[in-house]
Design a protein around this ligand. Structure first.
Ligand SMILES: NC(=O)c1cc2c(=O)c3cc(F)ccc3oc2nc1N
Length: 328
């Protein structure tokens, strides 16, 4: 086959496969069988192998994972991925609010409250709109390059809607239903079970063979910007809206507050609604919205002073032991 025909065939195959991906993953109404789908994918992989210069970085073949890696390369985070300070109750939230207001003086303060997804923190780096590298948080400065595994997460765009160079952070996670299904399959195979969705997401993304990550329905919510070039935003909420417009999946349950009382009511409401979510959360994250105020507040050695994680109380588990009622 000549190069020009190959180029046309590759474009046509990629378009067909992307349509079948949408029908299968987003609309849950596949039009072809898995075998027919696999055949299309094999054809595209074959053509890209014959004409590697025609394989685009956002080709659907990038989603299925290549050969297992011998080890993970190290990645240095240009902007450290820090950890959040914790709050365990209303008093801690009010202390946080007091410290913020002391630091920013008489300026009005706006907070963004987000669900705290219980997964694995990752960093995603894009050059001119193309996903080029993904890494774990690691120790905050040095993480592991898990790009091949992250490419198998369908909600991670391989190409953004605009050719921006940026680095974003998010929480990769395994939905509750996928976790339960995975453990049922492992139980049938007599394999050890995962303790919780967080461990199964972390375990899946730390596999050297990307086909394992590809087989686990992992997902991600992007929650922040590390580096941004070619665009300026003044606040965290504006940043999240920009990320959504670029094609990232950002959690919709975020809200902006001026009043701490309303913020506390929002936190209380999610303490109640938490079991109804299709993914696990272990708390809420509260952030000062204005980037200028975040700058003023700065950082401690390991955490931002402009954000705090409210941790939900450990789930009440009432068990009856020989008629004695205990709560653990
Ligand atoms: N698990 C989460 O859903 C989540 C986690 C973080 C962080 O770990 C985090 C760490 C920082 F140093 C700064 C902001 C952050 O924002 C965050 N926002 C979130 N929504």
């Amino acid at each position: 086959m000549d190069r020009l025909t190959a180029e046309t065939k590759i474009k046509e195959l990629a378009k067909r496969i992307e349509r079948h991906n949408r029908l299968y993953y987003e609309e849950d109404r596949p039009e072809i069988t898995d075998q027919e789908y696999d055949q299309l994918m094999r054809e595209l992989i074959e053509l890209e192998t014959q004409f590697p210069e025609l394989a685009s970085p956002d080709s659907p073949t990038q989603r299925v994972g290549g050969e297992p890696l011998p080890f993970f390369e190290k990645v240095v985070h240009k902007t450290p991925m820090l950890s959040l300070g914790n709050a365990f109750g209303e008093a801690d939230i009010r202390d946080f609010d007091r410290r913020v207001r002391q630091a920013v003086g008489s300026q009005a303060v706006r907070y963004v409250a987000e669900l705290k997804i219980d997964g694995l923190a990752v960093s995603l780096h894009y050059e001119n709109g193309v996903f080029v590298r993904g890494a774990t948080r690691g120790d905050g400065t040095i993480g592991e390059d898990i790009t091949q595994n992250l490419k198998t997460i369908r909600s991670i765009p391989l190409r953004l809607t605009r050719p921006l160079t940026l680095e974003v952070r998010g929480e990769a996670y395994m939905p509750k239903a996928a976790f339960e299904k995975l453990n049922r399959e492992r139980e049938e195979r007599g394999e050890p079970l995962f303790a919780n969705p967080r461990n199964s997401a972390a375990g899946s993304l730390r596999q050297l063979d990307p086909k394992i990550a590809a087989s686990r329905q992992l997902d991600i919510f992007i929650y922040g910007i590390g580096e941004l070039h070619g665009e300026t935003v003044e606040s965290h909420s504006e940043g999240l809206d920009l990320l959504e417009s670029l094609g990232f999946k950002v959690n919709k349950e975020r809200r902006v507050f001026e009043d701490v009382g309303e913020l506390l009511a929002f936190i209380e409401s999610w303490t109640q609604k938490r079991p109804s979510l299709p993914y696990e959360i272990d708390g809420m994250v509260i952030k000062v919205d204005s980037y200028a105020q975040q700058e003023e507040l700065g950082y401690t050695a390991k955490s931002p002073r402009w954000a705090i994680a409210y941790k939900f109380p450990a789930e009440e588990a009432i068990t009856i032991l020989e008629g004695i009622e205990v709560s653990v």
